[in-house]
Design a protein around this ligand. Structure first.
Ligand SMILES: [Mg+2]
Length: 295
């Protein structure tokens, strides 16, 4: 880091006023006002060079946007409202101040539309690739958070948009479905929800395991993104396989105890366990081939 005090002074100059932030970044800790009787919902997510992005290919602003948007997408997954974020970055030795500023401007570009204040963080240099972590604080704001654990047999399964091929670029530029999630949770009896980061097969399996249920997905109902078709031309894997397993779509996957006309129905929750795919040939187990976190 060339001069950390210069960077901190610059960050302070970038902060926008937010009524709920009583003391912004710049002191030892920030101070927030929290509405009485509101739940505090917290999470953290990191992106690593070579795993979630490629610093040779992706500019720092888009990297900052991605790490913030991943956290905002987790807020969407629970139908809660983002309030504030804290960012920690480990910069490769020799990074300059303008690179660090661009990372911050990416965070801010993603956070500002949701009135999510960046209230603090930490910066250091190390002789390794870029590692970037954001912690998010959110509130329930009148809507009971939707977890992964309450899907019931008979519930319909929905997604909010077409899937597959996000690696062609959408994984860096997606829009977190925060407002859509809160609309859905307000108007429909949602029972479980998750954002599609790991791929439909794996994320639906997360819901099934945590709810103690099974699921049947109909292959003809899954909307395939044009990127999945394009990727299929390049690697000759069927577009449906990309839609089922690629991940980083950041659409919402949810279950609902009734019909929902604002999303795309792809199947139904069942008793038992495991996810099955319905095709012309009948039912077959759907393997969980999506993104597996490297531990
Ligand atoms: Mg998530």
């Amino acid at each position: 880091m060339p001069d950390e005090s210069d960077f901190i002074d610059w960050i302070r100059s970038q902060q926008t006023h937010a009524a709920h932030v009583l003391l912004p970044a710049g002191d030892d800790l920030a101070i927030l006002r929290w509405p009485a009787d509101d739940l505090l919902i917290a999470g953290v997510d990191q992106v690593l060079d070579g795993v979630h992005f490629d610093s040779k290919q992706h500019n720092p602003r888009s990297i900052g946007q991605k790490v913030m948007n991943r956290n905002l997408s987790d807020c969407a997954a629970m139908a809660c409202l983002p309030v504030a974020a804290l960012a920690t970055v480990a910069l490769p030795s020799g990074s300059n101040l303008s690179y660090a500023k661009e990372l911050y401007l990416g965070l801010k570009a993603a956070a500002d539309p949701f009135d999510c204040a960046i209230i603090g963080g930490d910066t250091a240099s190390w002789p390794h690739p870029l590692a970037f972590t954001v912690t998010i604080l959110a509130r329930s704001a009148g809507i009971q958070p939707i977890t992964r654990g309450h899907a019931k047999a008979g519930d319909n399964i929905y997604i909010t948009g077409p899937l597959g091929g996000s690696i062609l670029g959408r994984h860096m530029t997606f829009s977190p479905r925060v407002h859509e999630a809160r609309e859905l949770a307000t108007h429909y009896p949602l029972t479980a929800m998750i954002d599609l980061s790991d791929g439909l097969s794996r994320d639906l399996d997360h819901i099934c395991r945590q709810s103690g249920v099974g699921a049947i997905v109909d292959s003809t109902l899954i909307p395939i993104h044009p990127d999945a078709v394009e990727l299929s031309r390049q690697d000759h894997r069927p577009p449906l396989q990309h839609a089922l397993h690629d991940g980083e779509d950041y659409e919402l996957l949810f279950t609902c105890a009734g019909p929902c006309d604002r999303a795309i129905r792809i199947g139904q929750i069942t008793t038992g366990q495991g996810v099955q795919l319905r095709t012309d040939q009948g039912l077959e187990p759907l393997p969980t081939l999506g993104w597996q976190h490297r531990l």
